[in-house]
Design a binder for this molecule. Sequence first.
Ligand code: S3P
Length: 738
Amino acid sequence: MTDTVQQILIIGLGLIGGSLAKALRARNYCPVVAGYDRNPDELQAGVQLGVIDRAADDLNVAVATADIVVLAVPVKAMEAVLAQISPHLKPGALLTDVGSTKSNIVAAAEPILGERLACFIPGHPIAGSEKSGVAAADDALFQSHKVIVTPLAQNKDADVQTISRMWQATGAEVLRMDVKRHDEVLAATSHLPHYLAFSLVDTLAREEDSTEIFRYAAGGFRDFTRIAASDPVMWRDIGLANRAAILKQIDRFSEGVSQLRQAIESGDGEAMTGIFTRAQAARQHFSRILSSTAYATTMTTNDVTFHVQPGGGVTGTIRVPGDKSISHRSIMLGALADGITEVSGFLEGEDSLATLQAFRDMGVVIEGPYEGEVKIYGVGLDGLKAPAGPLYVGNSGTSMRLLAGLLAAQSFDSELTGDASLTKRPMERVAAPLRQMGAVIETAENGRPPMKISGGQPLKGIHYDMPMASAQVKSCLMLAGLYAEGQTSVTEPAPTRDHSERMLRGFGYPVSQQGNLVTVAPGHRLTGGKIDVPSDISSATFFMVAAAICPGSDVTLQHVGINPTRIGIINILKLMGADLELLNEREVGGEPVADIRVRYAQLKGIQVPEDQVPLAIDEFPALFVAAACAEGQTVVTGAEELRVKESDRIQAMVDGLKTLGVDIEGTPDGAIINGSDSFGGGVIESHDDHRIAMSFTVAALRAREPITINECANVATSFPVFVELAQQVGIRVTKEEV
Ligand code: S3P
């Protein structure tokens, strides 16, 4: 049928039926919302309270004129009501229900409805409250709640859509799921917690000193047992109706409780920490999924827009968050080490958190992060466990590529997945050499993620002549090399960041380096220790460029990592005439660190030396902004890798700077940028790329009009406190979360 619904009949005016009726009336869904309830007082109240337009005194008569009939009676009563109304249904009418279990209702409906089962589209609104009865009807009950529609094979898609639209009219979000899956999911997410709450309260209430227990049981007990005040009859019926799925969940839960019991009995603090940290992470993760802000939201992150007013200043002393590359590696090597690794200065950005979560998923106990502190209980090189499902690494190319090397050598199968941006990025660059080592890896079309990695493959060391300068590829092969037979060596066409090499050595694992050749061999172990992560020079870059382009600026960036393989930005800015000083140079845990002071000085355009490109690979978006403010022309060549980063960074910067009126031309491997005193404003597309978003924020310092930057949520992947720090130094940026 189409949506020419003249009359809808709701059978059962309890909280759900009454709220549905009221919501449909409030939104003028159809001319007549009729109601039926076997309790005449409730039915009368329904009319008086304006919940329904019309009370049906005779159910059979009412059914005969309704276009949609909604069964909102208790689960156990469904069968009898169905049997009664079935012969009277109007031809072409649709039937749906609101029951919280579905298999049993469908099984009961089959023999009763026969051929007309095709008109029955089961549904389940995930909404409710402890209140009951028509007086509690609330027309906003379904607003922004989920309704699961569980279509049957016999249903016509148009009819399923009609029922979906009915629910959408109440403000609900409609999801489709098959009947069996619905019952399994609900057993875990709703039925089990209710039974645990009932059982806990019942158990404690039967203890002799129960009054005492209840008197002192405050927050935790209250929170955990709120739902034990729910309707016992309804929960009995659900227990009878969804028996198999609930039993399965109770068994899984009992297994979990006995593991916890065992840990407590044997005083096993590490096992307890494992259970609690995994649960805590999952719980936070889950709240973030619900608020759509986590990396795990498969790219349905909240839309974030930056609004930046032109001008402003850049002064002060700040410390930007920890280095992303080092943070990733601290988790990876800490997990593979023997003993405990304590990390400080860890970057709590979504990328490094994705790595952390992946190792938790592989059974590694990790405490934190708490204010940059992370404690990893290493499992040794052979201690990782098979994850329960695909490892989702969000936006993080480093996680995916480095993990691919490690996973290729494990005994278990695994799959690596990522968000929409990562799913477009090339993985063949790691898959191909890993296959040469004996790995079995499947990628999607054109070598894109997901990567499916078969476990239990013996790896052989190879020599790999890397065609592009990539620290991710090099590190991936080194990690695989820890497990391969014989030596694994990689030559790089130009030096790339060497954090893996430094950290492996820091963990006591030998790595040999001769010129551009790096070699590892198996047979050694890693020993856990302490890691102090310096601030990320790639994040500091935005403020270095900000100070370099904004007259009157004077900013000091503390504790920044100045590893020689990362200081391309310093070298290039100095060549452009920046007033940049390194202060207080020191070494922290195998990595050189300094405070960087930058004051304004007029920059001049240069030909960027190609040997600096890999050393500044993540800094080009910001450098393009510096070049746009320089006197004369800046030419970037040899930077084609920029086209396969989180976005095509050459294109994104060329398009964005052109919007501002900058004279810039893109080339296959770089750009030609003619600088000017100032430029205009406009709306910039960041293409979900964190570094594009932050670069244009900085550009506003030299703009004459405001700049709006779209799709900035991914700034949280590498620099979650960027906006706050930018405001602190004087950049006039505000964040709008949609
Ligand atoms: C990284 C290496 C670089 C860099 C990325 C981090 C690393 O990527 O762009 O942000 O941590 O190894 P490539 O190896 O692809 O150049």
